[in-house]
Ligand binder design. Structure first.
Ligand code: CP3
Length: 367
């Protein structure tokens, strides 16, 4: 049982600074580029449809509804920790949970993703997105507090969607391959774009603050679709807003991870946004990514999620390659290059965790 202390709000929570506690875990240490006993590993979308126990618990509950029930959030978040022995849990929620809490009428449609009833197109639409705080997402606050107690020494990762990725869902009205309407608004009405992105940055910051105050040990900013942009456009239209989210957490005392897909050309720019860790997809080897990111940040990644559908010897060789390439970085958190696919055999994930731990085990060497 983890040592407990009582914080200023009277809530029993883990003493994060205790040696061996979540802030001293291999995951948080790797984020901070400190020596680790083994390379930590977790998987984006580790809680989800690859797990039969997840499918069972979600059988009669809609996605957004499940995100608003702390008992379900807690159970679903813990499932992959119990099953795989990953080095971190990630809160079960979705990037559009705060958007719905801000008054936007949306749903998460199975097999499709977020669908927005009235897409954002005008300044009045932007105005209607209300600022949020803890009272708008009480179920997130409650779930994080329950999880921190349950998880003991295992760190919990909080997250939010970055302004570009959230804006794309809001402007397109749903998932998009080209992000054409988003780019049309960005190029055609830059003031409106910046007003929307600024509001979404405030939302992401508020949502992450709620999670940090409730006790998460790290946060990840998901800019999943940023790879749709050129570096010049990313720098002009997106970087200032994502940087504002990360800067707002500079004093929060938890490492920040910044992730996107298809970002090979953006890694240098993304690394300027201010996170301790840059997430890398499977297209860029970690040693190459490290040259683009520089020596001041750790990397997270980057096994191709599709590889987990291949026979084990193929997976094993790729895990070895990624660990080798990750040694070029000043800190490495093993992960996939994007989320776990629903058709993945969960046994593969359990084996990857064991292999990463075995291959990276180092004798005690602590700072
Ligand atoms: O385990 C975890 O990673 C934590 C939970 C999590 C979910 N969504 C649960 C979820 C996280 C971190 C997210 C973030 C998220 N949501 C992102 C960024 C990460 C990424 O994958 O790029 C994005 C783009 C979304 C939007 C979204 N929500 C999509 C594209 C989908 C999938 C639609 C589908 O059915 O294929 C969702 C729904 C969603 N969010 C599911 C889960 C487990 C699947 C819905 C279900 O199980 O019914």
């Amino acid at each position: 049982m983890a040592a407990m202390t009582t914080d200023s709000t009277g809530t029993a929570r883990d003493d994060a600074t205790r040696p061996g506690g979540p802030a001293d875990s291999p995951f948080v240490r790797a984020c901070r580029r400190r020596p680790v006993p083994h390379t930590p590993v977790w998987f984006m979308r580790q809680a989800g449809r690859s797990l039969p126990e997840y499918r069972e618990i979600r059988a009669n509950v809609a996605m957004l509804e499940s995100c608003r029930r702390p008992d379900l959030v807690t159970e679903i978040t813990l499932q992959p920790v119990r099953r795989h022995g990953v080095d971190a849990a990630i809160l079960f929620s979705d990037i559009v949970v705060p958007v719905a809490a801000a008054g936007v009428d949306l749903d998460i449609v199975p097999g499709t993703g977020p669908v927005v009833a009235e897409p954002v197109r005008t300044a009045a639409d932007v105005q209607r997105i209300r600022p949020i705080g803890r009272d708008d997402v009480p179920y997130v606050d409650e779930a994080v507090r329950m999880l921190v107690r349950e998880l003991g020494d295992t760190p919990l990762i909080g997250f939010a969607g970055a302004p570009f990725t959230l804006a794309s869902y809001l402007i397109e009205g749903g998932p998009s391959r080209t992000h054409a309407k988003t780019k049309a608004l960005m190029y055609g009405e830059p003031e409106l774009w910046h007003a929307l992105a600024g509001r979404l940055a405030e939302m992401a910051l508020a949502f992450l603050r709620v999670q940090i105050e409730a006790g998460v040990s790290a946060v990840q900013l998901f800019d999943s679709w940023a790879g749709a942009l050129s570096e010049a456009d990313y720098r002009r239209f997106v970087l200032p807003h994502s940087a504002a989210v990360l800067a707002g957490l500079a004093d929060a005392g938890v490492p920040r991870i910044h992730f996107g897909v298809g970002t090979a050309e953006l890694l240098g720019a993304m690394s300027e946004a201010g996170a301790e860790v840059v997430g890398v997809d499977w297209r860029t080897p970690l040693d190459v990514a490290t040259r683009r990111i520089g020596p001041e940040q750790a990397v997270q990644g980057n096994l191709d999620p599709c590889l987990l559908l291949a026979p084990w010897p193929v997976v094993e060789a790729e895990v070895r390659r990624i660990l080798d390439e990750g040694r070029a970085a000043p800190g490495h958190v093993f992960n996939l290059g994007h989320g776990v696919l629903p058709e993945t055999d969960p046994e593969m994930l359990t084996r990857v965790v064991a292999l990463v731990h075995e291959l990276s085990a180092r004798p005690a060497d602590r700072d």
